[in-house]
Every structure is written in structure tokens, then in C-alpha cells.
Design a protein around this ligand. Sequence first.
Ligand code: BGC
Length: 723
Amino acid sequence: MKEVKFIGVKEGANVFSLRKEFVLEKAERAVLYATALGVYFAELNGRRVGDAYLAPGWTDYGKLLQMQKYDVTELLREGKNVLELTVGEGWYRSGVVCTRKRYGEQTAVCAELCMEGCLRICTDETWQAQESFIRFSGIYDGETQDYTAPCKLLTPVIVPYEREKIVPQMCEPVRSIERLPVREIILTPKGERVYDFGQNIAGVVEVKTAEDFCGTLTLQFAEILVGGNFYTENLREAKATDTFTVRGEKTLSPEFTYHGFRYMKLTGAQLPGESVTAVVRHTDMRRTGWIKTDNEKFDRLLENVIWGQRGNFVDIPTDCPQRDERLGWTGDINAFCRTAAYNYDVRAVLRKWLADVRNGQATTGEIPHIAPDVLGSKRTSAFWCDAIAMVPWALYRMYGDTSFLFENYEAIKRFIDARERTMEHGLIVRGHEFGDWLALDNEQFADNGLHGRTNEYFITNVMQTETLRIAAEAAHLLDKADEGTLYTKKREKLLAAMRREYFTAQGRLVFDTVTAQTLALYFHIVPERYRGKLAAMLNENVKKHQYRISTGFIGTPFVLFALADNGYFETAERMLFNEEYPSWLYEVNMGATTVWERWNSLMPDGTPNPDGMNSYNHYAYGSVMEFVYRRIAGIEETEAGFAKVRLVPHPCENVSSLHARFDSVHGTIVSAYERTNGKIVYSFEVPEGVVAEIVLPGELPVSAEYGVHRYERVFPETEKFGK
Ligand code: BGC
């Protein structure tokens, strides 16, 4: 691809296609290399090349552009062949972030078809350029296709791009993964025809027109109905509208956009349910984790977490798939990373994303809030920016692969330096913060409580101790013992300063929010001798909140661990199974099929939170599933990568049977239990070569090796919660 030209069109069409005819004496083995400034798909002799959507995917295009490689041998034939490339704007030009930032003004495609017999067909100005049947396409706004009007010829032009930035595809692409039939056709109170797919997803809808159809179909997308009516206000400025103008029978779906939706409103025809299908599209990842119980609501919550992951791994890990955002927010994946890595093999997709985090890092060390960094906001904000350390660390622990640490180590060091510049008297006191984002303990404040009540610099100092711990451990793993010692010392110094500032002489934490207490316990900020006292305070605090959730993005991933690991498992369990607003199961009771952005995205009366920003598919709070894997099923690594594991199940009152499976890089691990008639049977599966320590409730650990292990115990049935 070295000398191959990027070709765009002079007229600057939103979507265009390039066509080349060539003659082969015989069909032969061939490979197509292609990429675009924009998004593209290729067709050879009228047949689609490969099964990727939204190629070349989203990267920090100023620094990195992925190139795809396709084996096209099957598609070539003897004699005349036609190669056609259709190019849309995608993330490159259709505008990302609500401000609609563009990477560049001119979209272009670059391709090289290499035949075994050395013939090469490369994009250049001799290709025929023309308008496409796709008249318009944008990531947020949807797609317009017209099969009835002629396509005008356009003028091909060379578009400059620095080839050194081109790299081979780094992870599996976005594909059509699953098809969902219409569950119900609804005629809403407003008289609109709405198709319900029963599940909030990221993807598109495919419609089939009948032979006698002639006209335009308009498809709009929504996550929820309000008062029974189609509701799109939470999409903000994303138009999320597809239109198809067509004559006769045709199967139609958009190419260069995707939507976050459960409902589709159709105008232009009254298609029967069989002619309408939702197509789930996301990064093609291998499933590695499953949890199934006999508690339907709880299973629904876990299903919602899985769907939240599927809806938000669309080439990059996003915050949400529906509104004019869909960005790689660093804090969101920091909360969700471990859960994501239990559920699916996310190594490649997150390695690619971490490259974009590094590419977005300021020369002075600050880390972007989103990656790819289109916002240009490079800061030191707690938890969001700590993703540069915490995400690689989580991946290292889950997969045992030190390359995640190696690749990010220098970036972590530079980030630590940047943050140290915000310190005074040994503590971080300056810089932009999101705080305990969306925590509900601060609603009386003017900003509608977006930032929660927990002291924001307390959070930052906590996160700095964690990033320093990771830097120290990474340094040792990477044979940089001196640097390891340096970071350990820095951490100890910071801890000492925090203990002076944040604890009274009698060891009371000066902040009383659930999040502050949680962080102090989970991240070992509290002096050990006061741990018990603080844990008791946290327990009281949660009880005072009637086991409801008061934490935001920062406290939520850790609160159940802080309780369970400090003697209050029962409180954690009650919180997990609580159904009162706000709680995880409240959302399930409200009909959620994915995890919401806010605890109150839907108010108890079924109306959306009035504060505009409402996504019904945000995975951050889905981080609770990590707790279920690690503490309820009790599948925990004691050595990075699960070569050594501890299986420590905790049977819950509300779950009589549970089966959890995790396909680790060392093989399948199972932890299950079944409780009947005063008895409980535990069963475990340990993969070959893995050493397990099995800890049954109230018993001493036993070690177990390869194979299936079964234990039967007496288990007195007790009253269920709430009875
Ligand atoms: C996003 C988040 C993100 C946050 C940062 C929101 O608009 O949807 O999930 O982390 O902004 O404050």
C-alpha cells in the first residue's frame, strides 16, 4: 500500500463510490487491502467483500489508521471484473461529540488488489467516481438511500495522507452478530406505528419491501416509550433516522451508521412484522463468561449488563450507543473493564483503544477524557484519567499478559508526573474533576448533583495512590526494581499526607459519604487499625440509606467489595438484591433491558429524568457483575491470568442455584451451587494446569487440581429478604 493513492471526489459528496473494471485471463488467488478516511465497503463483481461494517473502524486518525485485508479469491472470475468501493463519512467527517467535530473535510479511500500473478489494481484518478445509492450517511443522524434516482458522475481527486500512520487492523471488526425479530407492533396513543424488538441494542433495522411498493420508508429509533409514545428526546441532536426510497421488492439496511434502540417507528408503509428485523452490530468478541441463576430478576440484571457491553463495544468502548455522543469515555470503561473481561475476550479491542489513549496523551502527561481524543481535553481528572493505569492493570490481572503494562508504562509514568504538578503540601489540590459522577447524594446543588457529594480531591488522591501502586507493581514486573521502589515510596508519602488530612486523631474519616468510606476501605487508605471502625460506619451508612444506592461512577464499582470484604457481606447482598429505588433491580422492575446511565434515568412514575442527559444503555453501573463473578460465584485469580485461582462461592438468600463459568486463558473455570431441602451442593471445574484453592463458607481452604469437584453440605434454609 506504500505508493497507493487515497482518492476522494472534488464535489465533496457525503457518500460516493469508485469503480474500476479490469480483465483477468484466469481467476486467481487475490487479496484486497483497503482503508479510508471515512468508512467504506468494497464489492467485487457485485458481491460484498468481507463482513465488516464501519471499516476501517475508529482510531485517532491523525496518528493511526487501520488497514483491512480480505481474501477475495472466491469473488474473482476469468474475464471482466469490477471492483467498487463505496465511501461514507463515518467518524472521520460526519461529526462526533455534540459539537460535531470533524477529523478532516475530505473523505477518501485507498485500496490495492493484489493478484497472485503479480497484477495489482490500485486506486488512482483513473477510477470512475459517482454518487452512490446512499445519498447521505452520518454516525449520529442515520442514512438516506435512494434506489430510484440516477447517480451523477463525480471527479476523482487525490487526497494526501501520511502512509506511515497506516497499521494493520488491530482487533475484530464490527459485524452483524445477531438478528432479532419484532416482538410486537404497537399503535401508540399518538397513532404511530412502532416496532418493539424487546431488547435495547446497538445496530440497525433491516426492512423488506413488497413487489408492489413504491415510495419512501422512514425509520426512526428510540430506547423507550413514554406514556406509551415513541420518545427520542434523550438522543439530543442525533437524528437517528434512516430513509429508503425504492421501487419494488428489496431488502434494505443502512451501511455507515448505527443506532441505539429497542423501538423503531416506521412511516411510509405498514410492513408486517416478518419484513422487519433488528440486526445487532458490534465488535465481534468471543464470549468468555456466563452466570445463570434461578432468580429471574437477577438474571435479567446480568443479561442487561451483557447487552450493555454488546451495545457499547462498537469498535471502541463507548459510553452509550444512542445520543450524539457514543465516545470512548475513559472513566466508563475504567469502571466496567473487569466485568467486560469476564464476559468477553476484550484483549484486542482494548489494546487498540489504549493506543488511542496514549495517542491522546499530552506531551506534558495529561490523559484525554475520551479516546480517540476528539475533545482535546487532556487532564488529570480522577478515575477517568487513571484509566491509563487501571485498565492495563485489570487486563494484566485478567489475562496474565504483561504486555498491557509494558505498552502503557511510560504513559503511566508521565501521567503521574503531570498529576504531581497539581500537588501542594503533598496532596493533589487542583485540576478538573468529575467527582463521583451522577451520584444521587448531592441533588440539592445547582448542577443537579452531577458530581455527587464526595470531596472531589479526596477521590483524586485515592486514585493517585492506586495509579502509583500499579506503576510500582508494573515496574517490578518489567524488571525496573529501582523505579518500583520510587513509586512505592511516592505512594507511601501520599498515603501519609492523606491520613494526616482526612482522618481525625481517633481515626475517623472526615467525609461521611458512602463513596468516601468505600474508597478508603477498598484502596487501603484507612490505617489498618481503624479499618474495622470505618467498615462499621460504612455498614451503618448503607443501612441508613435503606440499602439503596447513593454512589455514582466512582463509588459504585467498589461499594459491594468494601462491604463484603470487611465483614458485611450480608449488607452487600441486601444492596445487590434491593428492589427499591434507587437500586440495580429497580431498573429491572422498570422494564430495563440494559443498564441505565443514571439511577433515576426513569423516575418511579415512568417519566425520564428531566435533566436531558439520559441514556438507557450505559455500562458503567454494570460493573456490579464483577462482584457477582468474584464474590458471589467466587471466581478469583490469585495469580494474574488465573493460573492460580481461588473459588470462594457465597450462596445468597435470593439465589438457590447459580452456575458461573469463565473461560480463562488457562481454560474453563466453573463455580456452581444448588440449594435444596436444607442441603447445598457445590461444584467446581478446574482446568488443566491450574491450581485452585476452594473455600466453602465457614471452612478452611482446600486445594484442588484439574477436574470436577463436588461437595455436599448441610445448609439451613432461612427466611428470604423482605419477608
Ligand atoms: C458520558 C459519560 C462520561 C461523562 C463524563 C457523559 O456525557 O455519557 O458516561 O463519563 O460524560 O462526565
